[in-house]
Design a binder for this molecule. Structure first.
Ligand code: NAD
Length: 494
């Protein structure tokens, strides 16, 4: 049986945390993987103080950007080499399929490489001079950055924050979710190795698992933490934003979603079916961008939804370690119960359960946190089932009549994270995409991600942007330099 490390990374040292022990469990089997001792609030302070010293250390502070880029390349290389190990750890911890967790590990490696490339090619600006001086606008690190992530795609979300934050010249304190600390700790080992190879201060990274209430809160409130990168639920994000506002520090928030997927009557049906299934049921629906509200043109509604339900019934549910599995268990038994409670709510709201609607039966599923792919319909978009994020394999289908009605319903949500449009008419797709309130719109594809393309949530889905060329700038502060070039004293004093 694989042994999982239980020490945590506090200011460059691996040791047992002084906080509460938290069991991390394989959701496919219910087996205990490891008991990780969380960080304490005092250890958060210790990490923040050491991180502030590390940022000021000339070995890091004066390291030219192209050498920071070399460090990031090395981390990318180590991450890619360790992809199988990172994938196995993440599958054990989250239940996701190995195919998906391997892709996430490789995406993390790609993020480090992409940020290295951006860093090496980033330029400072010489602004037009308006007097006898030369003006230059430069970017400097903020100092100590807190990165707080949820449990659904830890290694990729970790890289999305650590890579730009280090590229920008900061130190990072990462707080993974209490249920899934193992892959973040494994990534921490690789980054520590790279820091050692480059003889850089090891306190540039801490990985501090624990609860949001203790570790997350201490991190956000610590006076030395000058920026927060947060991904998680909307209410948590709001409470973090309030603290950040009091501290007058920036916080980027990647939050929840209830994304509409639209199938027009002229869609390529085979593509749309595959895309809708993937958009909601991959990752067992535990994805902020899951396409969880399906709007189908009324003239094809019955045939499309009928075929979709047939295909959803055939999806292979099983452990993430089985290469044949398409839908793994949910992350935790408690989360499975919350998804089941939402389907009960849907029933009480008058939903028809077209497929799924329960945990699968059989020995394979006995101890795991499984839930069947579920398709509902018969609910108005105003129902709680259509408005609240379920974060599980639950799709609600709704017919629509005309495009104005469609846009009104699709936008009738507090969220604005993503949208999918399936149509052969690309001009219509462009026009529709412009009317949708969402940070990302996929047209004839879904859930594709690129490190070079900015990602942000609108409305209650977030504030600020991750990824893309500007990601590093979001972890920096601007400084303007005025270089006097006159031979004469300033006139006022004369
Ligand atoms: P969550 O908000 O409960 O927790 C997220 C992280 O915040 C965890 O590490 C948690 O311990 C920490 N936390 C909780 N309370 C805190 C506090 N008071 N102070 C500081 N930190 C605190 O979310 P979750 O249940 O772990 O994740 C699911 C949510 O994440 C969903 O809403 C999903 O849509 C969202 N999500 C969004 C994106 C995105 O990019 N927009 C990506 C993935 C997940």
């Amino acid at each position: 049986m694989q042994q999982f490390p239980t020490d945590i990374l506090i200011a460059g040292q691996w040791r047992r945390g002084a906080g509460e022990p938290v069991d991390t469990v394989d959701p496919a089997t219910g087996r205990l993987l490891a008991t990780v001792h969380s960080a304490s609030a005092d250890e958060v302070a210790e990490a923040a103080e050491a991180a502030a010293e590390a940022v000021a250390d000339p070995a890091w502070r004066d390291l030219p950007a192209h050498d920071r880029a070399r460090l990031l390349h090395r981390i990318g290389e180590l991450t890619e080499q360790a992809a199988d190990e990172l994938s196995a750890v993440q599958t054990a911890d989250t239940g996701k399929t190995l195919t998906e967790t391997r892709a996430l590990a490789l995406s993390a490696a790609g993020t480090f490489r992409y940020m290295a490339a951006v860093l090496e090619t980033a330029e400072e600006t010489v602004t037009p001079s308006r007097g006898p001086y030369v003006t230059v606008s430069t970017h400097e690190p903020i100092g100590v950055v807190g990165a707080i992530n949820p449990w659904n795609s830890p290694v990729a979300s970790d890289a999305q924050k650590i890579a730009p934050a280090l590229a920008a010249g900061n130190a990072v304190i990462l707080k993974p979710a209490a249920w899934t600390p193992l892959v973040s700790l494994a990534l921490g080992r690789l980054i520590t190795q790279a820091l050692d190879e480059f003889r850089l201060p090891s306190a540039l990274l801490s990985v501090l698992p624990g609860s949001g209430r203790v570790v997350g809160d201490a991190l956000v409130r610590h006076p030395l933490v000058g920026r927060i990168g947060f991904t998680g639920g909307t209410e948590t994000g709001r409470s973090i934003a309030e603290i950040a506002a009091r501290k007058l520090i920036p916080a980027s928030l990647e939050l929840g979603g209830k994304s509409p997927t639209i199938v027009r009557a002229d869609a390529d049906i085979a593509q749309a079916l595959a895309g809708v299934l993937f958009g909601i049921f991959s990752s067992s629906g535990q994805s902020c961008i899951a396409g969880s509200r399906l709007f189908v043109a009324r003239e094809i509604y019955d045939s499309f939804v009928g075929e979709l339900v047939e295909r959803a019934r055939e999806l292979r549910v099983g452990p993430g370690t089985d290469p044949a599995t398409q839908v793994g268990p949910l992350v935790h038994h408690r989360h499975r119960d919350s998804v089941a409670a939402y389907v009960d709510l849907a029933r009480s709201e008058g939903a028809r359960v077209l497929c799924g609607g329960s945990a699968p039966e059989g020995q394979l599923y006995e101890h795991g946190a499984y839930y069947l792919p579920t398709v509902l319909d018969g609910l108005p978009n105003t129902s709680r089932t259509c408005q609240e994020e379920i974060f599980g394999p639950v799709l609600v289908a709704l017919p629509y009549d005309d495009e104005d009605d469609l846009v009104r319903q699709a936008n009738d949500s507090v969220y604005g994270l993503a949208c999918g449009i399936w149509t052969r008419d690309l001009r219509a797709a462009g026009a529709l995409a412009r009317r949708i309130e969402a940070g990302t719109v996929w047209i004839n594809t879904y859930k594709q991600f690129s490190a070079s393309t900015p990602f942000s949530g609108w409305k209650d889905s977030g504030l600020g942007t991750e990824k893309g060329r500007d990601a590093i700038r979001a972890y920096q502060r601007q400084k303007s330099l005025y270089w006097g070039i006159s031979d004469h004293p300033l006139p006022w004093a004369n």
